[in-house]
Design a protein around this ligand. Structure first.
Ligand code: THU
Length: 143
């Protein structure tokens, strides 16, 4: 990812995540999350978690960010995602959201996790979801 503008792009993602986490609807868990994603064409989209009194119907911030991207007609290949949580230590995306991200992440894409304190910690997406199931698995093939 030689053309990845590390500090500038992470700063943009962080700013977007900070803006959106303010809208998180997390009255049941008390765990607000903001997610921001960066497309290959340089667009940033963000979303927050939205909980529900019927607990399993709540949705994650990453799902919201992806929904915003698709709804906006934005580029659908991602270079990076950042997850901001309101507690001091960072948290990585849940298993379901790793699979949601997998749908759109470039092979070399990065995920950043950041809590209320400290700097974003980066991890190649492939390390978060090795041997991922994806569109290629659905393509007809001989073996
Ligand atoms: N949550 C996210 O938004 N993203 C994740 O990757 C993990 C969990 C939300 C869901 C729920 O609203 C709260 O965090 C506690 O699980």
């Amino acid at each position: 990812m030689s053309d990845f503008k590390v500090s500038g792009d992470i700063a943009r993602l962080l700013r977007a995540a900070h803006e959106v986490i303010a809208h998180a609807y997390a009255p049941y868990s008390g765990f607000p999350v903001g997610a921001a994603i960066l497309t290959v064409s340089g667009e940033v989209f963000a979303g927050c978690n939205v909980e529900n009194a019927a607990y399993p119907l709540g949705s994650c911030a990453e799902a919201a960010a992806l929904g915003v991207m698709v709804s906006a007609g934005g580029a659908q290949r991602l270079r990076a995602a950042l997850v901001l949580t309101a507690w001091p230590a960072p948290s990585w995306p849940c298993g379901g959201c790793r699979q949601r991200l997998q749908e759109f992440m470039e092979a070399e894409a990065m995920v950043y996790a950041v809590g209320r304190e400290g700097e974003p910690v980066g991890m190649p997406f492939a390390r978060l979801l090795p041997l991922a199931f994806g569109a290629n698995d659905l393509a007809p093939r001989s073996s």
